[in-house]
Design a protein around this ligand. Structure first.
Ligand code: ZN
Length: 466
């Protein structure tokens, strides 16, 4: 049972710090993440039994205090906490909503690197987002699928759940024998089966990862390990029901990665791959880091989109949920470029079709009715609320912003260099909209981008002139 806890100084405790903030002030998810520390590494040890939907976990976070702290918060929703230690000493803790407040025995000083271990368990919850989509922990017919954009990762592990705090990960997952537990990063050695009943999979993500890009997919999968022509390891995990339908698109992974490296610079992670579950296991595909998730066999365009996110979204991560267009606009533009580079419509033609309201050939109207599919409903850089961070302007209209940058530069090679350099110079970091516009202006001081930002990025409604 949790100890009752008041956030006041212990008698004689010599308190010098103050409790860390319960959020990072994100424009749409102000309680997401926490103030006063940076996580450097997550070590998650999970055990899941699909038949009972029971998860047991230990999360060990290595973090650095960014100011003196008498207490700090982690985000966790649902599940029961059994114990918390800080630097191996029992810590007091309590919970309120998604905030798990931890009070270490001794205050932490700014600059201290500390290790907090949380033991927890229970039935993880599925989270319904403000836009009605489901994430968090999604039970499937043969296991479960964990998806975390924007806030669902707090349904399966405690952490600093905001994209501005990226960290490396170890994810060690034990499941009943016969099932796979597929995650991000690379397998550390072969799976280990113990007692003929359970199998443990140990994954390591060496590069920084935002917690919303973490995944675990538990179930029966056809797992294949290959390498690209460039030597990049590829691990694909495909639900056997989706194997035939997936084969054509997945056969192009190496080609898409090679094309991405030519256009976006070196691939940012140590391996790649995909996870293909069944249609209905999730309502959308997601760019989980170095191994995106697809609910059902993807087509080539969707594969290109999610693999492009490895550069834009996973490696260069939007710093707040207001900056989503830096992820989705680039991934959408990657689809345009892929078509252009493979004998399909040019990006200019795609842009014009969208501007003229004919859509992009996939049934989109852009008809100004303010509905979900309205291209002009709001500016890409300023969605009106949390329910719209994945709205259509954040995808298609944001791609139109990039096309306007291309037109303003007036030079195809300069634009392709811009795409590549943005990914390379911000590799494994975070960026917001102001970072992008300032960076573009710095590298092309002779070009006036004012109208692009004013009308296309921040402006309301359909810009007058295309
Ligand atoms: Zn996307």
């Amino acid at each position: 049972m949790p100890l009752a806890l008041a956030l006041t100084a212990c008698a004689g405790g010599g308190v010098s710090g103050a409790p860390g903030d319960d959020g990072l002030g994100d424009p749409y998810f102000p309680r997401a993440g926490n103030g006063g520390y940076d996580v450097r590494h997550y070590s998650l040890t999970l055990d899941y039994t699909p038949a009972t939907r029971h998860l047991t976990g230990t999360a060990v976070l290595t973090a650095r205090a960014t100011r003196d702290l008498s207490a700090f918060r982690l985000d966790l929703t649902g599940l029961d906490v059994a114990s918390v230690t800080v630097d191996r000493r029992a810590a007091r803790w309590n919970r309120a909503g998604q905030e798990l407040t931890v009070r270490p025995r001794d205050d932490l000083d700014a600059g201290d690197v500390f290790r907090v271990a949380v033991r927890y368990g229970g039935t993880p919850v599925t989270v319904t987002d403000p836009d009605g989509s489901e994430e968090g922990w999604l039970p499937t017919v043969d296991g479960a699928l964990a998806l975390g954009q924007p806030t669902g990762s707090m349904a399966w592990f405690p952490g600093n759940h905001h994209p501005s705090d990226k960290a490396s990960y170890d994810l060690t997952v034990t499941v009943p024998k016969g099932l796979w537990a597929v995650s991000n990063g690379e397998l550390r050695g072969e799976p280990v089966t113990r007692g003929g009943r359970t199998t443990t999979y140990a994954w390591r993500v060496a590069e920084p990862m935002a917690s919303h890009a973490a995944t675990v997919a538990i179930g029966r999968y056809d797992v294949r390990r290959t390498t690209t022509g460039g030597g990049l390891p590829v691990l694909t995990a495909v639900d056997p029901e989706q194997a035939d339908a997936s084969r054509a698109a997945l056969g192009r992974i190496a080609e898409v990665i090679a094309w991405g490296e030519r256009n976006f610079g070196p691939y940012p992670f140590a391996s790649t791959g995909v996870i293909v579950d069944r249609p209905g296991d999730a309502g959308y595909a997601l760019e989980t880091q170095n191994r995106p998730v697809f609910p059902g066999a993807p087509d080539t365009a969707l594969l290109v989109h999610e693999l492009a996110h490895q550069w834009y979204g996973d490696s260069v991560t939007p710093r707040t949920w207001r900056d989503m267009w830096l992820s989705e606009g680039f991934a959408t533009y990657a689809e345009w470029l892929w078509r252009e580079d493979h004998g399909g419509t040019t990006a200019e033609e795609t842009f014009t079709a969208l501007y003229e309201g004919g859509g992009d050939g996939e049934g989109d109207e852009g008809d100004g009715d303010g509905g979900e599919d309205d291209l002009w409903a709001f500016p890409p850089a300023d969605p009106p609320d949390a329910a719209h961070i994945s709205g259509r302007p954040v995808y298609d209209r944001a791609a139109m912003v990039l096309h306007q940058v291309r037109r303003a530069l007036g030079d195809d090679a300069a634009f392709r260099a811009l795409l590549r350099d943005w990914a390379t110079e911000h590799r494994h970091g975070t960026a917001d909209t102001g970072d992008f516009t300032a960076w573009v202006e710095r590298r092309s001081p002779e070009t006036d981008f004012g109208g692009v930002w004013r009308d296309w990025l921040y402006g309301d409604g359909k810009p007058d002139a295309q």
